[in-house]
Design a protein around this ligand. Structure first.
Ligand code: DX5
Ligand code: ZN
Length: 222
């Protein structure tokens, strides 16, 4: 089984003390920082971009998991790589040329993530399964933190895990949206292993909330 990785999403953070709060998640054991980039076009919201990533990079050892919710991501991939991303995820629905996005990310020696929105059938990933490092299954409509988990995602995660297993590929499957301490077992049981949580972490007790997830993961992995 793939190692379980925790990726707190900074979308729900208070940006006036972002670096310190990201440090709390790291101190509690989180491995990734999930960084949501929105352009107000691919999704109906605007979040943060290159300067923010550049300025937090020197103060964090976390693996920067950059989730691009932007149209035509091929225009910006190299700049996000230079800003400090370790992994760059683009949306299948946002580009006419997924191959080019993959090529650009690889040319910068970064890990490649491919994401699908809730309504996109999982079969679309088939041509790319041996070209990516991570599949991101959106479990809410991208754009906002704090939404409820879409129940039909569970079956989609199962189907994705089966596609990879049938091909003998040990893929990281990330899930993003509506994940809380009381439903995380559902997505883990279905086959996800990279867990994003925003509002469930960036609250009054960042350390304690992160630690609760990490303890649960430890228990499951023995
Ligand atoms: C939504 C973002 C998520 C968001 C998740 O479009 O991609 O990463 O921060 O937030 P929660 O965990 O609150 O649903
Ligand atoms: Zn995200």
């Amino acid at each position: 089984m793939n190692k379980i990785i925790f990726a707190p999403s900074i979308l729900s953070a208070d940006f006036s003390h972002l670096a310190a709060d990201m440090g709390e998640t790291a101190r509690a054991g989180a491995q990734y920082a999930h960084i949501d980039v929105m352009d107000g076009s691919f999704v109906p919201n605007i979040s943060l971009g290159l300067p923010v990533i550049k300025s937090i990079r020197p103060s964090s050892d976390l693996f920067f998991d950059v989730h691009l919710m932007i149209d035509k991501p091929e225009r910006y991939i190299e700049r996000f790589a230079d800003a400090g991303a370790n992994l760059i995820t683009f949306h299948y629905e946002a580009t006419e040329n997924p191959e080019e996005c993959i090529r650009l990310i690889r040319s910068k020696k970064k890990k490649v993530g491919l994401s699908v929105k809730p309504a996109t059938p999982i079969e679309v990933i088939s041509p790319y399964i041996d070209k990516i490092d991570m599949l991101l299954i959106m479990t809410v409509e991208p754009g906002f933190g704090g939404q409820g988990y879409i129940e039909s995602s569970t079956e989609k995660i199962r189907m994705a895990r089966k596609i990879f297993e049938d091909s003998g590929i040990d893929m990281d499957i990330e899930v993003d949206g509506g994940i809380k301490i009381d439903n995380v077992n559902v997505v883990l049981d279905a086959g996800a292993n990279v867990i994003v949580a925003g509002s469930a972490v960036y609250n009054d007790d960042i350390f304690g909330s992160t630690k609760a997830f990490m303890d649960l993961f430890k228990k499951r992995q023995g």
